[in-house]
Design a protein around this ligand. Structure first.
Ligand SMILES: Cc1cc2nc3c(=O)[nH]c(=O)nc-3n(C[C@H](O)[C@H](O)[C@H](O)COP(=O)(O)O)c2cc1C
Length: 207
């Protein structure tokens, strides 16, 4: 199969899997999926995320109870909780560390910091938290596509009580907050048909 067909086959294979069969994902496959997350783009290259992989069955069950009892959570192999970083103001140590990696000359670094301050510092906390969450969603998309590419199923989940999941994971909420939960594993049932608008309905060309 040519590479475009292979890629689209993975896109069609991915679906919001509602029940997993409990089979474990090999460690190297899990690492492949996480690597797709790690290599994802993020605004200013800040990497506003942390990937928590829950493998403990008791913990998965506890998380399921505060996630609308969605059975994907306890039946999956590995439950990924993506945490969004909150310490991304220009004065935060983490931000400075991330922005320093480009090895810019002092003037260029000051210029970058000026742009960053303009983008981030004037916004309220909620907007900044949502900004971090947006970056997490990009990583999430890449990880789910990477998983589908190697025959592994997933389900993006927003239906959970954020504060309760943070508490169960012992998250330091001064630095992070949960953004998205994604169980990974193998489907227990065949996927339902896909429903999508046609390209002509969602694409507009300006020529
Ligand atoms: C951000 C986000 C949150 C979602 N939350 C849930 C969820 O809590 N539970 C669930 O079963 N599906 C959830 N979904 C899955 C969507 O319902 C699903 O992707 C959509 O209906 C299209 O179906 P498909 O992914 O099978 O093609 C979520 C999807 C996204 C992108």
């Amino acid at each position: 199969m040519d590479s475009k067909k292979l890629f689209l086959a993975a896109m069609n294979y991915r679906h919001a899997c509602k029940l997993f069969d409990g089979k474990k994902i090999p460690a190297e496959d899990l690492e492949f999926i996480l690597e797709a997350g790690r290599l994802s783009p993020s605004s200013f290259g800040i990497e506003q995320w942390k990937f928590v992989v829950v493998q403990n069955q008791t913990l998965k069950t506890e998380i399921e109870k505060v996630s609308w009892n969605q059975p994907q959570i306890s039946t999956c192999s590995d439950l990924l909780v993506i945490l969004a970083r909150k310490d991304v103001r220009s004065s935060d140590v983490y931000t400075k560390k991330q922005l320093s990696r480009w090895g810019l000359a002092e003037d260029a670094f000051k210029g970058l910091m000026g742009i960053y301050k303009g983008w981030v510092d004037g916004r309220d906390d909620h907007t900044i938290e949502m900004w971090s969450e947006k970056q997490c969603y990009i990583a999430a998309g890449n990880m789910m596509t990477a998983a589908a590419f190697i025959g592994i199923d997933s389900c993006p989940i927003e239906g959970f009580e954020y504060a309760k999941v943070d508490a169960l994971l012992g998250v330091d909420t001064s630095v992070y907050q949960s953004a998205l939960v994604i169980p990974f594993g193998y489907r227990a049932n065949e996927q339902r048909g896909k429903h999508r608008l046609s390209l002509s309905e969602v694409v507009e060309f300006k020529k």
